[in-house]
Ligand binder design. Structure first.
Ligand code: GLN
Length: 317
């Protein structure tokens, strides 16, 4: 199979990325590094980096691409994919809905307001906690192993690990997520103990990655679940379509509408400053910039993606 190469599709990209990263870094001082998980406060506020990868594995990059950060909410896309593969659509969508909330990622407002009391979608915290309870395994240990193996496969990187410090930090500062989980348990949404379900959720949020890992994971989604570099189908196309639909409607929290208008690509952000996005059928993209805007998205990362999308007319709409 032959694909369009990154440098043919996006002329002058190396030079442009360098220039935009320098320009967008100016935005970092206007953002804040997340601190409600104390360990995340150690993130480098000034950092900004991007890697783009095409179907041949060819890359172009700029900025602080050595930065290591935890996946946080970006992991929710892949825990959803694993839960879909483990259970099928019917069971998953019995526990979680398909609609954006318009509320912040950690809001529990609509859990009580709107019946039947299931979370609105799998990319808000309540929804991702419900999804974590659907991951299969013969024991808690087996479930965690399956989670890590799945992320390693998706990133094509066997050295991915859970970050123990970030995991512990979230475990001990998660009163809001814990209260949501108890609420879901009472509503009959969670099948297992709150502690076990949250353990899976905090663990997948705590996986350490680089922007290159994000780009490779984005590439897998760009090619509908078949890794174009190895030719291996890792995820059924239908489930990737579902995941990408959620990325468009809910992936940037309650700024997803604005991101769809200004960038126009499926994307998922996390509070450690990562953004995973992709050009469908072409390129995987990873961005990191730990300084966040008021909605919890990387302030400089969003601006960088806006420049990229506008310059090359990348919006899918
Ligand atoms: N938006 C995020 O990245 C949130 C993930 C984080 N682990 C939390 O549950 O609060």
């Amino acid at each position: 199979m032959s694909y369009i190469k990154l440098h043919d599709r996006l002329p002058n990209i190396e030079h442009n990325l360098q220039m935009w990263v320098e320009q967008c870094k100016q935005q970092c001082h206007g953002g804040k590094v997340a601190s409600y998980i104390p360990e995340l406060a150690k993130g480098n506020k000034q950092a900004l980096g991007i890697v783009m990868m095409d179907a041949y594995g060819e890359q172009c990059s700029a900025g602080d691409i050595q930065t290591v950060f935890t996946l946080q909410s970006i992991s929710k896309v892949f825990s959803l994919l694993l839960a879909l593969m483990d259970n099928g659509e019917e069971i998953v969508f019995h526990k979680v809905g398909m609609e954006p909330t318009g509320d912040s990622f950690n809001s529990m407002l609509k859990l009580e307001l709107v019946q039947p009391g299931i979370p609105f979608n799998p990319l808000i915290n309540a929804g991702a906690i419900a999804v974590s309870s659907l991951i299969q395994g013969s024991s808690q240990k087996h479930k965690l192993e399956r989670v890590l193996q799945f992320f390693r496969k998706c990133a094509h990187n066997d050295s991915l690990q859970f970050n123990e410090q970030v995991y512990q930090s979230e475990l001990h500062s998660a009163d809001l997520n814990r209260s949501m989980a108890y609420f879901l348990k009472d509503n009959g949404v969670l099948e297992h103990s709150v502690d076990d379900v949250l353990d899976i959720y905090f663990r997948h949020c705590s996986i350490d990655v680089s922007v290159k890992d994000l780009a490779r994971m984005g590439l897998l989604l760009a090619y509908n679940g078949t890794d174009p570099i190895t030719g291996e189908q890792l995820i059924p196309k239908r489930y990737v379509q579902i995941a990408k639909s959620f990325m468009v409607t809910c992936g940037m929290y309650n700024a997803s509408g604005q991101f769809a208008i200004q960038v126009g690509l499926p994307a998922k952000s996390g509070v450690s400053g990562g953004i995973l996005t992709l050009i469908p059928g072409a390129i995987g993209i990873g961005v990191v910039g730990p300084a966040l805007n008021s909605k919890g998205n990387s302030i400089a990362g969003v601006e960088l993606l806006e420049k990229l999308s506008n310059a090359y007319d990348l919006s899918m709409f």
